[in-house]
Design a binder for this molecule. Structure first.
Ligand SMILES: Cc1cc2nc3c(=O)[nH]c(=O)nc-3n(C[C@H](O)[C@H](O)[C@H](O)COP(=O)(O)OP(=O)(O)OC[C@H]3O[C@@H](n4cnc5c(N)ncnc54)[C@H](O)[C@@H]3O)c2cc1C
Length: 491
């Protein structure tokens, strides 16, 4: 399908150094991090440097009717940047600049391929009083994909999902046209999406299948002088979740709340999953771990907030201590990588952890991640835990309460050995079984859904909604060249 003619045309756009159809260079672009199926193959990789070059690439893809897949690091945990139908992978990592920081309105205008390391590194040097919300993903992963795919950041309690951190965008549509959405569409300011028709939704949650974002404004937040990170421990999830939900609705300067089970807390410490009990409940070990971060402007305010947080934990009979105290209670061995996460590191979680995995060759992990009602956190965990235990896998559960307690993200991770086809099959089976089981809770919707999950949701939506989604995709990408085989809006 792909021929040298296309490569020649692409070389004219970016120079021959930045285009490749050599198998050894393309491997990275179709390497499937999570063993999803079927694997797609990258035919040509290209690394543009400007929005105009992205436009030219998309126009060439249209001319030859070949796919074009936006890509930053490809480890999104859903295999949604894998070129399912081959074609051109558009590696955006040269588009990694911070173009502007507006300290008054607290946003950064960045390019579409910027990574967390690029952004945080820039702010540390140039705007040290401001910070972005940050994921737990590796530093070399993309900021914009995380926002577009409803990622979760460590400011989720005040900012919501990654999508809500986006103020405005510049986007190359599937047609090759360049558009701007948000206040930047009619001024030099990128302070927000209000009060215009909110066209940002045309690009959020579509897995790059409607447009390639070349610039976006991302909300930043002030770093306040006082901060405390609480670790809370309880025997069962049903003991610990109610006070966490209470805290999420109490204000108290709380910027982040996470709920973990024993397995996930072990990964937080960097331990190998082989040493984690398969069923923490049967082993009768504390299976609820809560993380709460609060910040304040004055010492008096900080003390009052901490007092109220401690009171809520006390009422629920949940043990809670601040990180600096908690770390001292653990032996050196038990601390694992947690020592690097105390406020002494500057308050920003540098966790970037790889899960409670087998760190030896073949170690892998994948999760079923969903948004759901705050009512269903405990039930989600119990259902997924039972399935993991049934298949002899240690459950690793994590939930983040978002946007002042309006909703949560909940997910259960499974470890597997990428060198063991039987284990891969088994893991796929478990993940699907968890997905189907939690569907019974009602309001559970998976984010970064693989194709089989997209089909489930398609079957559930009203026919007119389905039709609308299809029409929108076709308007923005008439030849369906952007990331085909992924996202919503396909037959
Ligand atoms: C160990 C680990 C921990 C993680 N923890 C978190 C976490 O705490 N929170 C979280 O949110 N995520 C987490 N992730 C998931 C993911 O890595 C991050 O969300 C990351 O920022 C996504 O970037 P990426 O470079 O992997 O995206 P990619 O895989 O390159 O892209 C993801 C999707 O976005 C599309 N896309 C990419 N760039 C653009 C663009 N400019 N315009 C339009 N579409 C585009 C792609 O086509 C694809 O569909 C974690 C991942 C790992 C491996």
């Amino acid at each position: 399908m792909i021929n040298s003619e296309i490569v020649k045309e692409l070389e004219k756009v970016v120079g021959d150094k930045y285009v490749s159809d050599k198998p050894e260079e393309q491997f990275l672009y179709h390497y499937d991090f999570i063993t999803a199926e079927p694997e797609g193959i990258c035919d040509i990789a290209i690394v543009p440097n400007t929005a105009e070059e992205v436009q030219d690439i998309v126009k060439i893809a249209n001319k030859y009717k070949v796919p074009a897949v936006p890509w930053v690091s490809g480890i999104n945990f859903g295999s949604i940047a894998t070129p399912r139908k081959g074609g051109i992978v558009v590696d955006l990592r040269r588009l990694n600049r911070v173009l502007e920081v507006n300290e008054d309105d607290m946003y950064a205008v960045v390019e579409g391929g910027i990574t967390w390391a690029d952004l945080k590194g820039y702010l540390n040097v140039h705007n040290p009083t401001l910070r972005p919300g940050v994921t737990w993903s590796p530093p070399g992963t993309g900021v914009i994909p995380s926002c577009l795919c409803y990622g979760m950041f460590d400011l989720g309690m005040i900012g919501g999902t990654g999508a809500e951190f986006i103020n405005g965008m510049e986007v190359v549509l599937g047609s090759g046209d360049l558009v701007r959405v948000g206040s930047c569409s009619l001024s030099d300011y990128w302070y927000g999406r209000q009060p215009l028709p909110d066209l940002a939704g045309l690009f959020i949650g579509w897995e790059g299948s409607t447009g390639i974002v070349t610039k976006a404004a991302i909300k930043l937040w002030p770093i306040l002088p006082y901060r405390a990170d609480y670790y809370a421990v309880g025997l069962r999830m049903e003991d610990g979740v109610p006070p966490m939900l209470k805290l999420s609705k109490a204000g108290l300067g709380i910027v982040d709340i996470c709920i973990l089970n024993h397995g996930w807390s072990q990964s937080l410490q960097g331990f190998d999953h082989k040493n984690v009990p398969k069923d923490p409940v049967k082993a009768n070990i504390p299976d609820f771990i809560g993380l709460v971060t609060t910040q304040a402007y004055t010492e008096k305010q900080h003390k009052a907030q901490c007092e109220a947080i401690e009171e809520i934990f006390k009422e629920a009979k949940i043990q809670a201590v601040t990180a600096d105290v908690g770390i001292q209670m653990l032996s050196k061995k038990q601390r694992g990588i947690m020592e690097d996460m105390t406020p002494a590191t500057g308050g920003q979680t540098p966790i970037q952890f790889w899960g409670c995995w087998d760190f030896a060759r073949g170690g892998g992990g994948q999760w079923i991640g969903s948004y759901c009602s705050t009512r269903d956190v405990v039930k989600y965990y119990q259902l997924s835990r039972n399935i993991c235990v049934k298949y002899g896998k240690a459950p690793q559960f994590y939930s983040r309460i978002l946007f002042g307690g309006h909703y949560v993200v909940a997910r259960t991770n499974i470890n597997f050995n990428k060198n063991d086809p039987q284990d891969i099959e088994n893991t796929r089976k478990i993940l699907k079984e968890i997905h189907d089981a939690v569907q019974g809770l009602g309001g559970v919707v998976m984010y970064k859904p693989p194709k089989w999950a997209v089909q489930v949701y398609k079957d559930k939506t009203l026919p007119a909604t389905r039709e609308l989604i299809k029409k929108i995709r076709r308007v923005l990408d008439p030849n369906m060249i952007l990331n085909p085989g992924q996202g919503v809006g396909e037959d």
